[in-house]
Write a protein that binds this ligand. Structure first.
Ligand code: INI
Length: 156
């Protein structure tokens, strides 16, 4: 059997983060978690770019433009869509996830879904805490694991 386990990349990586300003107090914690994870895994700050968009609905377009530049090994999209906060939760969350998946498949690039979709603020805060309970941290780890996997699948 040829098994490809989850691994961290053995090279320098360029990472783009796109983050939604809406529910900023939660999303900033996701950004901090992602930066923490990238730093712990040896990604230098100069190899990370961070772009803010107004809300989660705008994340796919920013991800698409960044992916098209071909300068990044992965795009991490961070946001928080809270059901209680909007009557159009399903449209915002649905279009965001659909759009991000489309960008990843179009460019063959890891586009990582770090958008919280919760019923209320408490659930979002639970997932944006410090350390292990931070979805931003997890998404950064997933980005690095996918970079490593794609390197191996491409025979690099
Ligand atoms: N954007 C979010 O990121 N989270 C939300 O919870 C949210 N709510 O509640 O509406 C939200 N709306 C804004 C949306 O993403 C767009 O920025 C806006 O519709 C302009 O296109």
């Amino acid at each position: 059997m040829n098994e490809l386990p989850l691994e961290m990349p053995q090279r320098a990586c360029n990472i783009a983060i796109v983050a939604a300003e809406f529910n900023h107090f939660i999303v900033q914690q996701l950004v901090d978690g992602a930066l923490d994870a990238l730093g712990r895994h040896g990604v230098s700050e100069s190899n990370i770019s961070l772009a803010w968009v107004p809300g989660a609905f705008e994340l796919p377009l920013a991800a698409e433009v960044l992916a098209g530049k071909g300068q990044h090994d992965a795009v991490i999209a961070l946001g928080a869509v809270i059901r209680g906060g909007t009557p159009h939760f399903d449209y915002v969350a649905g279009e965001c996830s659909r759009g991000l998946a489309e960008v990843g498949l179009k460019h063959g690039l890891p586009v990582i879904f770090g958008v919280l979709t919760t019923d209320n603020i408490d659930q979002a805060l639970e997932r944006a805490g410090s350390g292990a309970g931070n979805k931003g941290f997890d998404t950064a780890v997933a980005a690095l694991q996918m970079i490593s996997l794609l390197d191996r699948l491409h025979g690099k």
